[in-house]
Structures are given as C-alpha cells and as structure tokens.
Design a protein around this ligand. Structure first.
Ligand SMILES: CC(C)(COP(=O)(O)OP(=O)(O)OC[C@H]1O[C@@H](n2cnc3c(N)ncnc32)[C@H](O)[C@@H]1OP(=O)(O)O)[C@@H](O)C(=O)NCCC(=O)NCCS
Length: 206
C-alpha cells in the first residue's frame, strides 16, 4: 500500500496533477490506459486475482490476436482462452503486473509441468498464459513479467524455457531471446486447434 501511495505521489509530480485529484477520475483514466503511465510493478499472483486476470485476458487476447487469426476462429477460441486458470494463480510461479490501486494490467508465469500433458522434465520449464491489457502494451510490461519468471526459474535450477507461442506473439518472444523451433497445433477442444509455434530459450544459470 505504501508503495502504491508513493507511486501515486510520483505520478502526481510527473504529470503536475494535485495529489487529491488522484482519488477520482485521474486514477480511472490511468487504469484505462487513457493517460500514459509506466508505473507498474510485478508480484506473485494469488487466488483473489481471478477476476483481475480474466479481465486482462479479455482486454488482450481478442484485440491482439486479431493480427494473426480469423474473426471466425477467435469467436470460438476467445471464450476458452480468457478465463484465469486457478491452478496457475496458486502455483507461486504465476505473476501479475499491477498499476495503481492494485489494478492488474498484465499476467504470465511458468510451470515445470508441460501444458496439457503435465509431463515434467528436469531443467525444462514452460511459459504460461502471458497477456498484457491492450492499452498497456508496448511499455515493457510483458518483458518485466518475463524477467521475473527468468529470475525465479533460474533460482529453481531451470536451464531452459519453452513456450507455445501464439502466431501474433512470435516477435515478442524473439525479442526476449527465444528462437522458433517448429509450428505446433495446440488442441483446445476436439474441434478446435490453435496454430502456434514451439519456441525455446536457454537460461544461463549463475
Ligand atoms: C505478447 C504480449 C504479452 C507482449 O506484451 P508487451 O507488454 O506489449 O511487451 P513489451 O512491451 O514488454 O515488449 C518487450 C519486447 O518485445 C517486443 N515486442 C512486443 N510485441 C511485439 C510484436 N508483436 N512484434 C515484435 N516485437 C514485439 C517489444 O518491441 C519489446 O522489445 P525491446 O524490449 O527489445 O524493445 C502482448 O502483446 C499480448 O498480450 N498479446 C496478446 C496475448 C498473447 O498473444 N499472448 C501470448 C500467448 S503465447
């Protein structure tokens, strides 16, 4: 809380806005991304973040995946992709980026279990359910969440990350140092597969 108040004060100075106005419309406009702010931090997610994370997924996937997938496909797939996964929220290795008032603007994490199969391979971890709310993209939120993943995975002796990247996110993962291995069809339901890319990155342990 103290940290958030400090952030409000800094933002107040940055934009020349009297602190008292931060209690109302000004905060709302920052949350909606209408006022540019790079003030956010990353913390471990918990079960209480279910609605905040689902809101971020809904404010991210439909808009940003439209660059790579058809409207017909997204109409079926989006409802399946925009629900926070309770097992990730309580995994201890899933994170949220939050701005003022603990308002969640991004999410993502890693697990030792491979998505879907649950298989575990020593040293190999998998990036999971990354998203940044549309108004907050391009401000380093995704990278900040990834950096937290990498730091904590290294401490857990992870030497390699894999991810099943959606086609629109290849550039993001490439910027983080991942290389594309091969196309991959990720099965969502019996009728629906998500055309994806298997990407990987070695983690250098200190
Ligand atoms: C992919 C996503 C998480 C990126 O989040 P973001 O906060 O906008 O990313 P950042 O601002 O931290 O960008 C980090 C780097 O990736 C690059 N990058 C981000 N999106 C990119 C894109 N679509 N193409 C190319 N590069 C991209 C940035 O230029 C930046 O590079 P730099 O740090 O070297 O300057 C976000 O666009 C998103 O939520 N997409 C929709 C959901 C999705 O597809 N998730 C992945 C599922 S596998």
């Amino acid at each position: 809380m103290e940290q958030l108040l400090r952030t409000e004060m800094e933002t107040s100075r940055e934009f020349g806005v009297p602190t008292k106005t931060l209690q109302g419309t000004y905060i709302e406009r920052i949350k909606q991304g209408l006022i540019m702010s790079n003030k956010y931090d990353v913390r471990v997610a918990n079960r209480n973040d279910e609605s905040g994370v689902s809101a971020v997924l809904a404010a991210s996937y439909p808009a940003l995946m439209a660059a790579a997938y058809s409207p017909e496909f997204l109409a079926s797939a989006v409802p399946l992709m925009t629900k926070a996964q309770p097992h990730l929220l309580t995994s201890g290795t899933y994170y949220v980026a939050y701005a003022m008032d603990d308002h969640i603007v991004g999410c993502g994490g890693w697990t030792m279990e491979r998505p879907h199969s649950g298989e575990v391979e020593i040293g190999l971890a998998h990036l999971r359910h990354f998203a940044v709310a549309r108004p907050w993209t391009g401000r380093g939120v995704g990278r900040a969440i990834y950096d937290r993943c990498a730091a904590e995975a290294k401490s857990a002796d992870v030497t390699q990350f894999e991810c099943y990247a959606s086609l629109n996110a290849e550039g993001f993962y490439a910027a983080l140092g991942f290389r594309t291995i091969k196309p991959l069809d990720v099965r969502m339901t019996d009728e629906l597969t998500l055309a994806s890319l298997l990407m990987e990155r070695r983690l250098v342990t200190q």
